[in-house]
Design a protein around this ligand. Structure first.
Ligand SMILES: Cc1cc2nc3c(=O)[nH]c(=O)nc-3n(C[C@H](O)[C@H](O)[C@H](O)COP(=O)(O)OP(=O)(O)OC[C@H]3O[C@@H](n4cnc5c(N)ncnc54)[C@H](O)[C@@H]3O)c2cc1C
Length: 599
């Protein structure tokens, strides 16, 4: 039976010592977040994740969701009670705005908690998971009346939100949306169409579900320029906030699928359902992007979370399971065999996981800080830089984070050998659950295209130049610290490969767009290595500082420096290979006629 313990010490290290949250006390919401408060919040969230959510992970997977003949959906045993506790404890409101009943705490803490909840039980965490993004979209684009009607209940997690983009003929290409929104005399719209694969589209956790739906208003331009965003409640809400009639939206089916069995993935039928426009007509995609960007960061966190829970269980197993002897001779001669953890190849997988997980945790929490700074930093310049950086890195957090997260889950399953393949041990569930994160919220190949095709060129390359400069400065600083010099040199070299690859795109992709398409995926991974390197340099600096200050937690900080060294030696060399793949261009990749792929 798999177990989970939230990595609260590591999260505190990043929040307090690497990001220095207390040093941002001038930002609204940060004044009260002292290291004591950070510790209390993380410990309590970790306890909830480990004690309430983790025990429901395997049982929820086995039982799955059930659609009843009347179209209602029953979640697995224990989910309703767990959600009641989640809501009452205020976990969903932590970083939501105070004006709408939230606690107004920094997103950094919200992200840390999201990781814990998702690691303990990804399928559960997905029910409240999209609500925060829906709230952001409503607050940015919705009318004050719509905000008052829906947002407080959503912030309180009394109602949960969903995201409705996908249709049978329309996945990545949202220009193909057919769902119709017909204006009615009372100012509302009648929504008709079918959405598929809608996460948490129907369930029994809350009395109401607030669907954000992309639809086309009659006469709208073709393609993505003719899409509007509509809010459609499952149950209509009266002017006094009371629940009224059931709206004409229903769950037609729930999908049987590879993983996240306990999260209902629904076919949603809109049969003239009543909805209200969010923002302007035909500007729905921009509004939905607010929700999608939040969701993409959340999906990156899912990649991290499944990697971490799988890693924890692999470490325990590698310490207990005895097979063979260490190459250097028995480490425990009194036993018949040594534990798996003595073997270099097992450690290769564990160290790869540790270096990714801790680097990725730092990256997601740093990302949370950028979200905050983009909104609240005191100067326009600071807000702009933070916005540039988080826009640039959202596809990397999502794409690189979930690719590596899945690979890590597979490696951790490998450490369990054949026992990892057996369902009752729980490792194969992590692999199944981690897989979806590479697909939804924009498949990872599409994330890579977004990075290379849109984000690099944004504002004349301002964001990528800011990243280059930030990494260079960190590498330069590492030169002054003997314990980080080697890592600094390696990250600087990887950054050089990233710069060269960026230049190559500038010189070769405009005239021949397939060169961008062919190299984008490798570029996303190359940038992933560079930004994780940046995080390892910062964590290394914090660890050196703590050791020099005589910290009593020497083992914790020394482990950071060992892992930083591993990262430098084993992750950064891939940067050169990735650059060479990018520079090989699209010729061989595009040469084969479409009929010649199968003989
Ligand atoms: C469990 C689950 C939950 C989901 N939850 C939601 C949800 O809550 N709300 C929602 O709206 N949707 C949801 N989805 C849908 C999901 O976001 C889509 O499956 C995803 O966006 C990809 O669309 P598609 O499946 O149609 O694949 P397609 O768009 O057909 O793409 C197939 C493959 O082709 C590649 N590809 C497509 N276009 C291009 C291109 N232009 N350039 C390069 N490569 C390309 C893609 O990367 C992908 O690998 C969910 C899906 C699943 C399976």
């Amino acid at each position: 039976m798999a177990t989970y313990k939230a990595p609260t010490r590591d999260a505190r290290f990043i929040v307090n010592e690497v990001l220095g949250l207390a040093g941002h006390g001038n930002l609204p919401g940060f004044e009260t977040v002292t290291p004591d408060i950070v510790e209390a919040v993380l410990e309590e969230a970790g306890r909830f994740a480990g004690e309430v959510l983790a025990p429901l992970n395997a049982s929820g997977d086995e039982e799955g969701c059930r659609r009843n003949p009347d179209g209602s959906v029953t979640t697995p045993a224990g989910f309703r009670e767990a959600h009641r506790q989640f809501r009452d404890a205020g976990w969903g409101t932590l970083s939501a705005p105070e004006a709408f009943g939230g606690q107004g705490m920094p997103h950094v803490l919200g992200f840390a908690i999201e990781e814990f909840m998702s690691a303990a039980n990804q399928a559960f965490a997905m029910y409240p998971g999209l609500t925060g993004g829906a709230v952001r979209a409503l607050l940015a684009k919705g009318s004050p009346e719509l905000q008052q009607r829906y947002v407080p209940k959503m912030v309180a997690n009394e109602w949960l939100g969903t995201m409705n983009l996908t249709e049978p003929q329309c996945g990545t290409d949202l220009g193909l949306i057919r769902t119709r929104a017909e204006p009615r005399a009372d100012g509302a719209y009648a929504i008709t169409g079918t959405k598929i694969f809608i996460s948490a589209g129907e369930h029994d956790l809350t009395d109401n579900i607030i669907h954000l739906v992309l639809a086309r208003i009659a006469g709208a331009p073709e393609g993505t320029k003719g899409i509007s965003l509509i809010v459609v409640p499952k149950v209509l809400v009266g002017d006094d906030g009371s629940l009224g009639e059931r709206n004409a939206v229903s769950c037609g089916a729930i999908e049987r699928k590879m993983g996240i069995h306990a999260n209902s993935t629904c076919v949603m039928n809109y049969d003239g359902a009543t909805g209200w426009l969010v923002g302007e007509e035909n500007k729905g995609l921009a509004a939905m992007f607010i929700m999608m960007n939040a969701a993409r960061l959340g999906v990156g966190i899912q990649g991290l979370s499944q990697a971490d829970v799988a890693y924890q269980n692999a470490v325990s197993y590698a310490r207990e399971r005895r097979q063979g002897r260490a190459l250097t001779g028995p480490t425990e001669p009194q036993e018949k065999a040594d534990p798996l953890i003595v073997h270099a190849d097992v450690r290769r997988m564990l160290m790869e996981a540790k270096a990714f997980i801790e680097g990725m945790r730092a990256l997601t929490l740093w990302g949370g800080l950028q979200v905050e700074l983009a909104e609240k930093a005191p100067t326009e310049q600071e807000r702009q830089t933070a916005d540039d950086l988080i826009s640039l890195l959202t596809p990397v957090i999502k794409g690189y984070g979930t690719d590596k997260g899945f690979q890590t889950a597979v490696d951790m399953q490998q450490i369990w050998g054949g026992h990892g393949y057996i369902a009752e041990n729980g490792m194969e569930q992590f692999v199944r659950d981690a897989r979806i994160a590479m697909i939804y919220e924009g498949a990872n190949g599409v994330q890579a295209m977004d990075l290379v095709g849109r984000k690099l060129a944004m504002n004349g390359g301002r964001a990528i130049q800011a990243l280059f400069a930030m990494v260079d400065a960190e590498c330069e600083a590492a030169n002054a610290e003997a314990r980080l010099q080697d890592l600094g040199g390696r990250v600087a070299k990887a950054n050089g490969e990233l710069k060269a690859a960026t230049l190559w795109f500038m010189q070769n992709a405009l005239a021949k767009p397939d060169n961008a398409g062919a190299g984008a995926y490798h570029y996303m991974h190359l940038m992933g290595i560079v930004v994780l390197g940046l995080m390892w340099l910062r964590m290394g600096r914090a660890a050196c500082g703590a050791l020099d200050a005589g910290s009593e937690e020497r083992a914790f900080y020394e482990a950071k420096l060992v892992t930083a060294r591993y990262f430098g030696e084993r992750f950064t060399p891939d940067a050169g290979a990735l650059r060479r793949k990018i520079e090989s261009g699209a010729d061989a990749l595009m040469a084969l006629p479409t009929d010649d792929f199968l003989f």
